[in-house]
Write a protein that binds this ligand. Structure first.
Ligand code: HH2
Length: 261
């Protein structure tokens, strides 16, 4: 799944694809590089982000979704708003990717695929003091409940996603990645998004002699490494900014995995 953020303020590529022509060109490039889905979003959900009014979000994403869908691209809409999800589906989106996991019924009624992602709290404050007694079990139970709701409402395809970085410390993120098999064991296909995220900045700083945290656009190695890890643990899809590098890494590791099997 390739990411297209039609936003001025996304943490890794804010402002680059706010222009519709630039967003379209980027989406086409991601498809050429091997993306099965293009995830179009009009609201940043980075830590500290303020909500965007629905009218603004719609103006950002709808023209891009319409044009891509008309070209036969499989588009998912990255939104937390029912109004935006419904309009995006009318414009041709075939999946609702919802970081709040609250739109299960909307996706079901619309008859499109659904991604239930786990988030503790709201983007504005979620990183203030995340707390879990058992992060893996709590995330799994919440996701299964939301995924069951989507299926009961009629969604034809339902994914679950641990929501790396959404109301989670580095330790919570590591626990979820280490125990990804617990999510895989639910039977729902698993989507994972680590691409360019803060945890990769923190881990790169640990590994770097200077201790410097690389900026979001300079975290390719960690992004590809964790995407590859996710595939090896049984994830069915990864949400990434750098499709070509991820596809290439996956192709290599698949050969090794097939030999090991
Ligand atoms: N991460 C982001 C946004 N949407 N959706 C799913 N299913 N999983 C994720 O991990 C996920 C997501 C955050 O990344 P990005 O879109 O690059 O940044 P921003 O929220 O600042 O636009």
């Amino acid at each position: 799944m390739g990411v297209v953020n039609v936003t001025p303020d996304s943490f890794s590529d804010g402002g680059r694809f706010l222009d519709h022509a630039a967003a379209l060109a980027h989406a086409r490039r991601l498809v050429d590089e091997g993306a099965d889905w293009v995830d179009v979003g009009g609201e940043s959900t980075r830590p500290g982000a303020a909500p965007v009014p629905a009218a603004e979000e719609l103006a950002r994403v709808l023209p891009v979704i319409e044009a891509l869908a008309a070209e036969g691209v499989r588009v998912s809409v990255d939104t937390r708003k029912a109004e935006v999800a419904t309009a995006a589906v009318a414009a041709g989106a075939r999946m609702v990717n919802d970081v709040s996991a609250g739109l299960a019924e909307v996706a079901g009624v619309a008859g499109v695929a659904f991604v239930a992602m786990h988030m503790q709290g709201e983007p504005a404050t979620m990183q203030d003091a995340p707390h879990y007694d058992d992060v893996v079990a709590e995330v799994r139970d919440h996701l299964v409940a939301r995924a069951d709701a989507a299926r009961a409402a009629g969604a034809p395809e339902v994914w679950i996603d641990p929501g790396i970085g959404f109301g989670k410390t580095l330790d919570h993120n590591l626990a979820l990645l280490a125990d990804l098999d617990v999510l895989v064991a639910t039977g729902y296909p698993v989507l994972v998004g680590t691409s360019r995220k803060g945890m990769l900045g923190a881990l790169a700083a640990r590994a770097d002699r200077s201790g410097a945290v690389p900026p979001a656009g300079d975290r390719l190695e960690g992004s590809v490494a964790t995407a590859t890890w996710a595939f090896l643990q049984g994830a069915g899809m990864v949400r990434v900014h750098d499709v070509a590098a991820t596809v290439a890494a996956r192709a290599v590791v698949e050969v090794v995995a097939a030999r090991a099997a």
